[in-house]
Write a protein that binds this ligand. Structure first.
Ligand code: 0X9
Ligand code: ZN
Length: 303
C-alpha cells in the first residue's frame, strides 16, 4: 500500500514513496529512476509510464519547479495515478504514447516550503549566504539572461551565474535531451492564474513558426478544462498574456529540444488563495489538468 491521497498536500517522501509503490506494483508498465540530485542531495525522481509500443511518441510532464506552487506536484501525481492505476478510463491516450513524468523538479525548495517558509520560490543554491536560491525557471539555456530575469541573488527572479548553473536544471535538461527522439509533448505545471502559456516567453515578439497550431490545441485544452471542471483558462503567448521572462523551461523545450507541443500551464486559482490553494481544490484542479493532458495527447497522436 501507499499513503497518497489527493485530499491533502504530501511530503516529498510520500510522493517518492508513491512512485516506488507504482514501480513495485506495475513492473511491466512503469519504470522509475532519478535524473540526478538537487543542491542538497535529494534525488529528482522520474517515472516513465510506457505504452509497450516500440514506435511510441513521448510526452513530457513535470511539476514543482517553483517550490511554493504546491498544486503542481499534487496535480502531476494525480495525472500519474490516472495513467497507471486508472488505465481503463485513459485507454485512448496510453496505447501509443510513453509518458516521462517528474512530479517535483525542485525537491529542496518543496521541502523548504513545507518546513520553514511557505512562500519560498527558488531552489536552495548556496551562492549567497544571505540570499540563497536561484529561480530555476530563469536558469535554462535558451536566451538565458534576457527580459524578466535578475542578476541579483536576493531577487525572486534571480537567474543564477550562467545557463544551467543549477544541478536541477542541468540534470533535467540532459535527461530530456537523452530522450528527445520522438518527444512531441511537453507540459510544465505551475500556479497560479489559470493560463495555458505558449512560447516564446523571452520577449514580446518571437513566436515559433507553428504558433497557430499550438494555439489551436491550447484552445481545445481550455475548452476541455472548462467542460470538466468549470474553470476558465486563458490561452496565449506567455510574454503577451503574462510577462516576458527568459530562461524558462518551456522556451528551451520548444527552441532547443524541438518538442512540438510545449506549454506552461498555470493551474488554479486566479488569486483568491493564490499559492496557498486549499487542498479541497486539488481534485477539481487535477481533473481539469488531466483534460488538458488528454487534449495534447490527442494532438500528439495526430501529429
Ligand atoms: O514566471 C514564471 O516562471 C511562470 N509564472 S509563475 O507565476 N508560476 O512563476 C511563467 C513562465 C512562462 N514561461 C516563460 N516565460 N518562458
Ligand atoms: Zn511557477
Amino acid at each position: 500500500g501507499h499513503k497518497m491521497t489527493w485530499k491533502s498536500y504530501h511530503s516529498l517522501d510520500d510522493i517518492y514513496g508513491y512512485l516506488d509503490f507504482l514501480a513495485e506494483t506495475y513492473p511491466n508498465q512503469v519504470r522509475i529512476g532519478s535524473v540526478g540530485n538537487s543542491v542538497e542531495g535529494r534525488p529528482i525522481k522520474y517515472i516513465v509510464i510506457s505504452s509497450g509500443n516500440p514506435n511510441a511518441k513521448k510526452f513530457w510532464i513535470d511539476g514543482g519547479i517553483h517550490a511554493r506552487e504546491w498544486i503542481s506536484p499534487a496535480t502531476v501525481t494525480y495525472i500519474i495515478n490516472e495513467l497507471v492505476e486508472n488505465r481503463d478510463n485513459n485507454q485512448q491516450i496510453i496505447g501509443d504514447i510513453d509518458y516521462y513524468v517528474v512530479p517535483v523538479i525542485n525537491p529542496d525548495g518543496y521541502e523548504y516550503t513545507r518546513r520553514y517558509q511557505r512562500l519560498w520560490r527558488k531552489n536552495r543554491s548556496k551562492g549567497n549566504y544571505f540570499c540563497p536560491g536561484v529561480d530555476l525557471n530563469r536558469n535554462w539555456g535558451y536566451k538565458w539572461g534576457g527580459l524578466g530575469t535578475s542578476n541579483e541573488n536576493c531577487r525572486e527572479i534571480y537567474r543564477g551565474t550562467g545557463p544551467f548553473s543549477e544541478p536541477e536544471t542541468r540534470s533535467v535538461s540532459s535527461f530530456i535531451l537523452n530522450n528527445k527522439n520522438n518527444m512531441k509533448g511537453f507540459i510544465t505545471f505551475h500556479s497560479y492564474g489559470q493560463y495555458i502559456l505558449l512560447p516564446y516567453g523571452h520577449d514580446y515578439n518571437t513566436l515559433p513558426p507553428d504558433f497557430k497550431e499550438m494555439e489551436r490545441v491550447g484552445r481545445k485544452a481550455a475548452l476541455a478544462i472548462k467542460s470538466v471542471g468549470g474553470a476558465t483558462y486563458q490561452v496565449g503567448n506567455s510574454a503577451k498574456l503574462l510577462y516576458p521572462a527568459a530562461g524558462g523551461s518551456d522556451d528551451w523545450a520548444k527552441g532547443v529540444a524541438g518538442i512540438k507541443y510545449a506549454y506552461t500551464i498555470e493551474l488554479r486559482d486566479q488569486g483568491t488563495y493564490g499559492f496557498t490553494l486549499p487542498a479541497q481544490y486539488i481534485i477539481p484542479t487535477a481533473k481539469e489538468a488531466m483534460a488538458a493532458v488528454h487534449t495534447v495527447a490527442r494532438a500528439i497522436q495526430e501529429s
